[in-house]
Each structure stands twice: as structure tokens, then as C-alpha cells.
Design a protein around this ligand. Structure first.
Ligand code: DLL
Length: 433
């Protein structure tokens, strides 16, 4: 066990002491250096000295995405601007991007937590890591890159997209670790099949997949089809980027690097802090960040926290895999639906491939759900009757498990748009009506 892995196994009492000390420093810093927080603390009637225990954090104000937008681009810095050595931004669907800034020390912590992520999945300095996340303002590429370099791996900064080249490098360079979105890796598997490349005949052995929700069913499918071990990696730009938490070989939740990112679960409706094990919105406070620390940042991601020690020996709290966001719930004819529920139903059904899209429309106040599903080439070339059987089976399962009647459209392999970044699973056309 090396020094960094030891950090994942620290005694929880000692960890709480470190967290409290770091939290106290963070609230003091925010109150003194960031006018937005000075005002927010005063409005809530709290002072940094009110944080005497970890539970006291609940008295402090939360931060939301629009706060970052309202202070675009550099209004939330807690250091002079020339201490900032890197800037990233996440592209919102509307308006200005959300900007995040890092000092040299922040980048070092980020590289450390990303390095711990890679180690958790069994990567070592002997690995060759192909970074298939986008470089640029998105945090995926550079975040993983510096973590892999910190570990001492040989890093291939491939970036997103360029399917053929990705496959060529995997084969020719002998890439052992790939990092990209799970949906893009599924695309790579399919394209590899087309050119007769079986990942089992390459050196590829581990994948770190994240930046979008993916199910346990998808993990199994990826592992079966490619022969590699698939790990979930979570993060968000506002907090740091990839490597806020990640799963270990037990796959029973993602360990949060709690010595840097302090988590809470809130009831999204009442904003109350929920006890361990209860489901709610995960909220993070950065406790070591200097450039742009954030207090109680509302992620909209829904999860649960489990504090019991993991079988892997790590003591770091585990957050359940994110299957949905509080803002991606579709309400169709009164039934609540999350895109990941559809994924869980579809994947075990033979003849389908893991590319699907939900199209929601409204005709005369009536919501309609169409699920477009790609099928395997053999099913598609089969007779009409077997397509009909498959369509009925999917419709039946969706109705049984989710409680919704949906129109199922089976489409030819390769028809749905592939993304090199985050997959677009939902087309909600009701808003445009
Ligand atoms: O997606 C950072 C990242 C890059 C994470 C590469 C992992 C790998 P943002 O673009 O700011 O940052 O998006 C953050 O993406 O709040 C979640 O909703 C979602 N997300 C990220 N990782 C996962 C995951 C990057 N493993 C938002 N599972 C988050 C589910 C994820 N959702």
C-alpha cells in the first residue's frame, strides 16, 4: 500500500478532525475574501465562528449554479486573479458558461485525487493511459491527464472523438487503460467489432468511465463485450472536475475523497440534511481549494451516503452510483420517469444494443413517449414477425416495470447519433410546443 492509498483508509475519527479544521478555514476564508459569501452569511445570520462541529455546516448557506453565472466570470475568486494558473468552464445549455478557476495548489490536489481514482481501479505506473475525454474548457481531458501523469503512467492525450484513431492507438501503442464516457466506449466496442478487432486481443484491461449516468447493467455489458474491468468515475467542474469520487473493485458505491470534498445529502424540497443511507441531493463543500472554494454546492445529482467500511478496506464514505439528477426527471402522463430506468429495462433484453433515445411529445394536452431503440444487425435483418415480437416484449417490460405505455421504435444499428462526449438520451419536444 502506498502513501496515497493510505489516505483512503484513514481512521474516521481522525478524518473528522481534519475535515472540521479544513471546513473552519474554508468558511473563514470565504467570509473574509468573497463578498458574495460575506453577504450570504450575513443574510443567514451566521459567522465563521459558528462552525464548531461538522453538523453546524447545516446552518450555512448553499451555493447554486446560478450564483456562479451571476458572478461570471471571476466574481467568486478567493485569491488575487494572478494566483490563478488554470481556468475551465462547463458549457451550460443556456447563457454563459460556468467558469471555474484553479491555483497551482488546487491543480496539485486535483492531480492527487485523480491519481487516487486511477489507483482505486488498479492502475499503476506501468500502465499506458489513453485519455478519451475532451481536452479544452471541459475538465475531463486535462483532469485525468494530470492524475495519470502523477501516477507515473504513460499518458496518451488523445481527446474525445476520432473513433478510428482511438482504435488504432489502442492496438498499436498497447494502451492498457482507457478513460472516456461510457456511451463513447460502447461506440468504440461496436466500431472495433466492425473492423474485426477484439479488445481481448489487445492489452486494454481497465476503463474509467464517467461524466454521465450509466447503470450497473451497462457496466456488465461493457465488461462482457470487451473483457476489460469497468470503473465509475464521478466529478463536476464546480467542485474540481473528474476524481471527486470513484468506485473500487467492490463496485458498491463510489468512494469520495473526503479529505478534500465534504459531502452532505439534502432533501431537495426542504433543504434539510438527511441522515446516512437516505436518498437525496448530494451537496459538496471544497475544503482545501484556494482559487474558488465553494460552500455546500447543490449538484442536483441524487444519491445516498454509506459510512460503513468497504470490503476493500477503504474507510472513505461511499456515494451510490448516480442514476439520475433531480432535474432530469420526466413526468409523462403523471408518471415519473428517469432515463436510466429505461436503460435498466432495455439492456438485459436480447437483440437490443445500448443506444436508445427517449422522445417526448404532446398532442392535444396528451403526453406521448417514444423510445427509439437500436437493435443488433441479425435482428434487423430477421423477418418482420421477430421484430414485432421484440417490440412487444420491450413495450411490455416498460409497462410492467415503469408503468408507462410507450411507443417502441426499433431502429437500424448505427442510426442514433453517437457522441464523443456526454450522450443525449432525451429529446423533450413538449417545451417547444
Ligand atoms: O463531467 C467531470 C467529469 C469528467 C467526470 C470526466 C467524470 C469523468 P461537468 O461537465 O461539470 O463535469 O458535469 C458534471 O455530470 O453533476 C453529474 O450530473 C454528471 N456526472 C459526472 N460524472 C458522473 C458519473 C464532468 N460517473 C455532472 N455518473 C455531474 C453519473 C455523472 N453522472
Amino acid at each position: 500500500m502506498n502513501d496515497l492509498t493510505l489516505k483512503d483508509c484513514v481512521d474516521r475519527k481522525a478524518l473528522s478532525r481534519i475535515q472540521l479544521e479544513r471546513l473552519q478555514q474554508t468558511v473563514t476564508r470565504l467570509y473574509e475574501k468573497v463578498p458574495f459569501y460575506t453577504k450570504a452569511f450575513d443574510e443567514k445570520g451566521v459567522k465563521p465562528r459558528d462552525l464548531k462541529t461538522l453538523a453546524d455546516l447545516a446552518k450555512f448557506p448553499c451555493t447554486v449554479k446560478t450564483d456562479l453565472r451571476d458572478h461570471y466570470p471571476f466574481g467568486l475568486l478567493s485569491v488575487p486573479q494572478n494566483d490563478i494558473v488554470r481556468i475551465h468552464a462547463s458549457s451550460g445549455t443556456t447563457g454563459k458558461p460556468t467558469v471555474v478557476c484553479y491555483t497551482r495548489e488546487d491543480l496539485s490536489i486535483w492531480a492527487e485525487t485523480m491519481c487516487r481514482t486511477l489507483q482505486m481501479g488498479g492502475a499503476t505506473e506501468d500502465d499506458m493511459v489513453q485519455v478519451g475525454y475532451g481536452y479544452g474548457l471541459f475538465t475531463g481531458g486535462l483532469g485525468v491527464h494530470y492524475g495519470a501523469e502523477r501516477l507515473g503512467c504513460s499518458v496518451v492525450p488523445m481527446g474525445g472523438g476520432s473513433t478510428e484513431k482511438q482504435l488504432m492507438l489502442i492496438r498499436d501503442f498497447g494502451t492498457t487503460v482507457i478513460c472516456c464516457t461510457p456511451s463513447f466506449f460502447v461506440h468504440l466496442i461496436e466500431e472495433a467489432e466492425k473492423i474485426g478487432l477484439d479488445f481481448r486481443d489487445t492489452k486494454l484491461r481497465i476503463g474509467f468511465f464517467g461524466a454521465e449516468p450509466w447503470t450497473e447493467e451497462m457496466r456488465q455489458l461493457i465488461q462482457e463485450k470487451s473483457g476489460i474491468r469497468a470503473y465509475d468515475i464521478f466529478g463536476l467542474s464546480e467542485i474540481m472536475g473528474p476524481g471527486v469520487s470513484s468506485d473500487c473493485e467492490c463496485h458498491c458505491g463510489l468512494h469520495i475523497f473526503e479529505d478534500h470534498y465534504y459531502p452532505e445529502i439534502l432533501d431537495p424540497n426542504t433543504d434539510e440534511v438527511l441522515p446516512p443511507g437516505e436518498e437525496g441531493e448530494i451537496v459538496f463543500t471544497t475544503i482545501t481549494k484556494k482559487g474558488m472554494p465553494l460552500l455546500r454546492y447543490r449538484t442536483h445529482d441524487i444519491s445516498r451516503l454509506h459510512y460503513e467500511q468497504c470490503k476493500c478496506g477503504r474507510t472513505l464514505v461511499r456515494m451510490e452510483k448516480i442514476r439520475r439528477r433531480s432535474d432530469d426527471m420526466l413526468i409523462i402522463r403523471g408518471v415519473n420517469l428517469f432515463p436510466s430506468q429505461v436503460e435498466s429495462v432495455l439492456l438485459p433484453i436480447k437483440g437490443t444494443v445500448p443506444h436508445y433515445q427517449l422522445v417526448v411529445t404532446r398532442t392535444k394536452a396528451m403526453d406521448e413517449l417514444e423510445i427509439k431503440v437500436e437493435v443488433t444487425p441479425d435482428v434487423f435483418s430477421d423477418e418482420v414477425r421477430s421484430l414485432e415480437v421484440l417490440r412487444n416484449k420491450i413495450a411490455f417490460e416498460i409497462k410492467q416495470i415503469i408503468g408507462l405505455s410507450a411507443k417502441i421504435t426499433l431502429v437500424e444499428p448505427g442510426t442514433l447519433e453517437r457522441s464523443a462526449g456526454k450522450a443525449k438520451r432525451v429529446l423533450d419536444l413538449r417545451k417547444q410546443a
